[in-house]
Design a protein around this ligand. Structure first.
Ligand SMILES: [Fe+2]
Length: 214
């Protein structure tokens, strides 16, 4: 599985192009970055784009979806089955533990509400990678200040789902907010208090301190 990241969009967003080197089947994780360079890259590398995987439906993560559909009208759109934002076209609603194939690779959808209530992470256990959207960044977690956010759900999603994955799993976040674009789960735990809380109460106070001091 190959990964090419593109940065831009509303706020240092990352859009990822992922593809199978053998079959050249490709997908975009979050159409959040102006796609002209992405289209050129896809054409140059003969990638057959077939899927869009959406981590959650905050507008900055889906803003260029229409451009992708104009260019590749048969794309399938994957997102949480009960999204806040509804999609036209070939929409495939997914739930926790659903599997999505891309060439010879398999992604497992992990339902991780908290930052928003339609957050999905896409985990490829074979390659040891996960696309975490706004649930986990390098150095901190996503914020829970908007509607349909929940600190308690975020704690559960991070501590009982993401941090339970193999520690060498590489995180590909939805924004470039940390000292590096990606990081392993184990290094993120070393780097950040957000991922080493001993209890939900401690996590909530770390989140509150962050909001007060930002
Ligand atoms: Fe978001």
């Amino acid at each position: 599985m190959k990964i090419k990241s593109f940065k831009g969009g509303y706020d240092d967003n990352f859009s990822y192009l992922i593809w199978d080197e053998i079959t050249l089947d490709g997908a975009i994780v979050d159409p959040s970055v102006s796609p002209d360079f992405i289209f050129d890259f896809i054409t140059l590398n003969n990638i057959r784009l077939s899927k869009i995987l959406i981590t959650h439906t905050h507008m900055d993560h889906i803003v260029y979806l229409g451009d992708f559909l104009d260019r590749y009208p048969s794309l399938s759109i994957y997102a949480y089955l009960n999204t806040r934002q509804k999609f036209q076209g070939d929409f495939i609603g997914i739930n926790h533990n659903d599997q999505i194939s891309l060439g010879n690779s398999i992604f497992t959808a992990l339902y991780t509400p908290g930052h928003y209530d339609d957050c999905i992470c896409y985990w490829n256990s074979q390659d040891g990678i996960i696309f975490t959207g706004d649930t986990v960044f390098v150095g901190r977690s996503g914020r829970t200040i908007n509607s349909y956010s929940s600190i308690s759900q975020l704690f559960d999603s991070i501590y009982n789902i993401i941090l339970k994955l193999p520690k060498e799993t590489i995180i590909y976040p939805g924004h470039d907010y940390g000292p590096s674009p990606t990081i392993t789960i184990s290094k993120n735990i070393e780097l950040s208090l957000f991922f080493s809380a001993k209890s939900e109460q401690e996590f909530i106070s770390i989140m509150k301190d962050f909001e007060l001091n930002r």
